[in-house]
Design a protein around this ligand. Sequence first.
Ligand SMILES: [Zn+2]
Length: 317
Amino acid sequence: MTTTLRDYGVDIGGTNIRLGVVEDDLVVAQYRQPVGEHRSPQAIVALIVELQQQAMQEWGPARAVGVGAPGIVDPQAGMILKSPHFSEWIGFSARDAIAQAVGVPVALENDANAIAIGEARYGAGTGLTNFIMLTLGTGIGGGLVLRGELFQGDRGFAAEVGHMVIQRDGPACNCGGHGCWELFASASGLHRLIDASDDPAKAAFLEHFHGESTRVTPAAAYERALDGDLFAHQLWRQFGGYLGTGIASLMNVLGVEHFVIGGGIAAAWDFFAEATQRAIARHTYPENAAAVQLHRAQLGDDAGILGSAYLASRCVA
Ligand SMILES: [Zn+2]
């Protein structure tokens, strides 16, 4: 009997670790574990081993494992230099530690880059030579796919687009800087925009959230907009404006015309995309603005797992 060896893709999030079994370019099974208090490098490796064992029981051993991790990742060295969600990860040699524990080759990449690779291979980026992936969540994850390949920068740290400064002397960011793009065009940005607003319709909107902006999730703000709430509409237009301002800067620097936008917030697309286009037009040459194409990501939560598994396949091919 011959056994087909499949590649496994792992997505390490601040809340959950997910492992997907990939076959024929699809995630055929998924296993997850909450991270909880298990945040040390050793605890994370142990969780990955646990997920791998669960998957192996049903699907057999992996050929290779790809891991997408949040933070500053040096993919060549296989090291996570630091991570916003895991304070103990300082110079964590994750690739070797995980490879030793799971017993097969491991590829390590930044999570947003893994998502970009997933969309490039199997999703909205298929057929695009150049595109910029933007994953909108608590912050903004970025991935630059240039000439069909992930652009890594000199040390693998390129595409930290969420920390582009769009407001000098703006609010403090957890990167140590101020006025970063992701402080506005993200889930936490929605809270900031609500708090800063003096729109009289705000009070009625916030009544749905016990008067607290921090209770407003992107999904709930989307629901309010669907319900015809005027403040919610205004909020999404503002959000779209900030999103477009950053996209315009990326366009101005790189001349890339295609932007793939994913993450949970993208669900509210119909309420912000027009404002995004208007902001792009406002901040770029008319020829550039006319050329920009915004695409919705297609793979949802599977993008990172598919991208990681693809990188894993490349390290054994
Ligand atoms: Zn920042």
